[in-house]
Design a protein around this ligand. Structure first.
Ligand SMILES: [Zn+2]
Length: 422
C-alpha cells in the first residue's frame, strides 16, 4: 500500500488501499437518473490510475471479490456497476523500502496484474493498445492496462524501459514523489537535502524521446514544474497527466497551474483529474497539513514499536492508522471534484480533460458519494446537471484519453519508420 512514511512526508499521491466505511456520503449524495445512467453506460469509460496492484501483491486481493465488506475502490463487480471499461493499474515501487531492487518489485507488480487477468478471464483481459481496449469493451470485459508510477523503476537503464514496454506498460510518470537521478519531483522540490537537476537531465530527455519511440505515454503527474516544462519541450507526442488536478482550485504542488493546463492543450495531451480529497479541496488539504505532524508521529510510533519487537512492518496496519486520521476531516462534496473537471475544460478545453481517480491509493479520502468505481455514473449525472453535452461527456469519460493514446501510437509509427529508413 502506498501510505508509507515517504508518501506521508511528501503529501504525495497516494496513501493506501482499502477504504473505511463511508460515513458522510449520504450528506451530499447525488441520484443518478435513468437517462444519465443510459448515457453513462453507452460510452467507454477509461480511468488512468488505480493502485490496486499493491492489494493484489501484498494482500492477495482477488479482483473477482464480491465481499460486501471489502472497502476497496476496484473490483470487477464495482467496475461493471460503474461501467468502467478500462483501468490503467499503477505499478508503484516504494523507493524507500525497495532500494537496490526497484526493477524486481516492478516486475512483481506487473506479474500481479497478469495473474488477476489469468484468474478472471471472463471479466478481465490484458490490453496494450486502444484497439485492445475497444475489443475488451465489446466483450464486456474490463481492459487491464499498466502504467509505471515513478521513473526510478527503470534504474537509469533504458533497456529496462524496453522490457517494461514489452510486458505491456503503456505510460510512465517521469517521477513519483521522489526526485530520481534524472527527473525532479514536486514531492521534494523544496527539500534542500535532495539533489535536484533543474528539471530533466540530458538522460531524462533521452528517456522521454525513447518513450515516444516505443509508444509509451509520457506522464507528467508528480513531476516538478520545471520537469513538466522540460518534458513538454522535449516530447514529440502528446503527454498525459494520469492523475492530477487543478492548482487554481487546490494549491497542492502536485496539481497543475493554468499555464500548464494550456500547455497540455497545445501539446494535444490530456489531464486526467485526480479524485483525492487532498488534491481536490483546499480546506481538506489544509486540515491534512495541520494534522500531518501528529499523523506522522502515530505511524512512526507504530513502526518503532514493531522494530523494537523485531517484527516486520505491516502496511495494512499503517493504512488503518492513516485512514483513521483522514476520516477525522470532513469529506468534500462531489461538486468539488466536478469543479476541477469544469475548470480544466474551461482553461484547456473539453478535449483535454479526463478521469484519473487514484482509486485504492488515497486511504479512502475521496469526495462524498464516490466510494468506488461503482459510483462513476454520478460524475455523468453531475456533468449533465452542469449542461455538458453528451458528446463532451463521452470525451471526458474516455474519448480524450483514447485519442491521445492513438496519437502516441501514430508518433511511435512515424519515429520507427523514420529510423528504419536511415
Ligand atoms: Zn500518484
Amino acid at each position: 500500500m502506498k501510505i508509507k512514511a515517504l508518501c506521508v512526508v511528501a503529501l504525495a499521491c497516494s496513501l493506501a488501499i482499502a477504504q473505511t466505511p463511508d460515513k458522510s456520503a449520504t450528506n451530499s449524495d447525488i441520484v443518478v437518473s435513468a437517462k444519465a445512467l443510459q448515457i453513462h453506460n453507452s460510452f467507454l469509460v477509461v480511468d488512468t490510475h488505480a493502485d490496486t496492484p499493491q492489494r493484489f501483491l501484498d494482500d492477495g486481493f482477488d479482483i473477482g471479490s464480491t465481499d460486501p465488506n471489502d472497502n476497496g475502490h476496484i473490483s470487477l463487480n464495482k467496475a461493471k456497476r460503474g461501467n468502467l471499461g478500462a483501468e490503467f493499474f499503477s505499478i508503484w515501487v516504494d523507493p524507500e523500502t525497495n532500494q537496490g531492487h526497484f526493477a524486481k518489485h516492478t516486475f512483481d507488480l506487473i506479474d500481479s496484474v497478469y495473474e488477476q487477468a489469468a484468474r478472471r478471464p471472463d471479466g478481465m483481459m490484458m490490453a496494450f493498445s486502444p484497439n485492445d481496449i475497444d475489443r475488451a469493451h465489446k466483450e464486456h470485459k474490463l481492459a487491464a492496462l499498466m502504467g509505471i508510477e515513478g521513473g526510478h523503476s527503470i534504474e537509469n537503464d533504458v533497456h529496462l524501459l524496453h522490457d517494461y514496454y514489452r510486458l505491456g506498460v503503456r505510460y510512465m510518470t517521469l517521477s513519483w514523489s521522489n526526485t530520481n537521478e534524472w527527473a525532479d519531483s514536486s514531492g521534494d522540490i523544496d527539500d534542500p537535502k535532495v539533489q535536484h537537476h533543474d528539471g530533466l537531465t540530458d538522460f531524462g530527455k533521452q528517456v522521454v524521446l525513447e518513450m515516444n519511440r516505443l509508444g509509451m505515454m509520457v506522464d507528467i503527474s508528480h513531476v516538478s514544474d520545471k520537469t513538466f516544462w522540460d518534458a513538454i519541450a522535449t516530447t514529440k507526442a502528446p503527454v498525459i497527466a494520469s492523475h492530477s488536478s487543478a492548482r487554481a482550485l487546490c494549491n497542492a504542488p502536485r496539481n497543475m497551474t493554468d499555464d500548464m493546463l494550456r500547455a497540455v492543450a497545445k501539446n494535444d495531451g490530456v489531464v486526467q483529474v485526480n479524485f483525492y480529497s487532498g488534491f481536490v479541496d483546499d480546506d481538506f488539504r489544509k486540515a491534512m497539513m495541520a494534522q500531518k505532524k501528529d499523523q506522522d508521529a502515530a505511524v512512526q510510533k507504530y513502526v518503532d514499536d514493531l522494530k523494537a519487537q523485531g517484527k516486520p512492518v505491516d502496511y495494512v496496519q499503517i493504512d488503518r492508522i492513516e485512514r483513521e486520521w483522514l476520516a477525522k476531516i470532513p469529506r468534500p462534496p462531489l461538486k468539488a471534484l466536478i469543479d476541477h473537471i469544469d475548470h480544466i475544460a474551461k482553461v484547456a478545453g473539453v478535449d483535454h480533460v479526463g478521469l484519473g481517480s487514484d482509486f485504492d491509493g488515497v486511504s479512502g479520502a475521496t469526495p462524498a458519494g464516490i466510494d468506488s468505481a461503482a459510483d462513476l455514473p454520478k460524475i455523468t449525472q453531475a456533468l449533465l446537471d452542469r449542461g455538458y453535452s453528451t458528446e463532451d461527456i463521452r470525451k471526458i469519460l474516455g474519448g480524450n484519453l483514447m485519442r491521445v493514446f492513438r496519437e502516441v501510437e501514430g508518433v511511435m509509427n512515424q519515429m520507427q519508420v523514420a529510423a528504419a529508413a536511415k
